[in-house]
Ligand binder design. Structure first.
Ligand code: HEC
Length: 137
């Protein structure tokens, strides 16, 4: 319940601020240029397939097979924030932001940092895959 309350507060203050600031306030570690950092990979079939394999291996246990936030290790208090298909979240999650979220992870609710487990190329491929899960809103 506490988590939900914080989430609502952060969202309410999003309105008048630059894109990067509220994301940092939400517990992620993102550099200034996160939102504009370009994905170096082509979003072709191979990249998406590579990303899907990384997702199954590293992300699915929490985020669930379809990215709905319903994996066996999901944090039930953060289910909404773990839903990678929510179209309302597309705007604040361009490729560069998702890249740094995966690279650096976060504290509570916990998502591990993957910088020691995955290469940058693997992270960009899983970023590309994750963006295909987003429902069109
Ligand atoms: C131990 C569980 C766990 C694992 C493993 C995990 N995540 Fe997460 N992830 C979370 C939690 C919890 C949140 C929600 C944090 C919050 O409250 O904002 C989250 C949030 C996210 C978000 C941000 C969603 C948004 O709208 O802001 C992205 C993107 C993401 N995860 C991608 C991934 C990817 C890609 C992987 C695999 C490389 C992964 N996660 C692995 C727990 C996990």
């Amino acid at each position: 319940m506490l988590v939900a309350a914080i989430g609502i507060k952060a969202t309410a203050s999003d309105a008048g601020e630059a894109t990067v600031t509220p994301v940092q306030a939400r517990g992620w570690t993102l550099p200034e240029d996160a939102a504009t950092k370009q994905n170096p990979l082509k979003p072709d079939e191979k990249t998406v397939a590579d990303g899907k394999a990384v997702f199954k291996d590293k992300c699915q246990r929490c985020h669930g097979p379809g990215g709905l936030g319903d994996g066996p290790d999901a944090d039930p208090d953060a289910a909404g924030d773990m839903d990678l298909t929510n179209p309302k979240r597309a705007e604040r999650n361009p490729d560069g932001v998702v890249f740094y979220k995966v690279l650096n992870g976060r504290g509570r609710p916990k998502m591990p940092a993957f910088k020691d487990e995955l290469s940058e190329q693997q992270i960009w491929s899983v970023v590309t895959y994750v963006q295909t899960l987003r429902k069109k809103g």
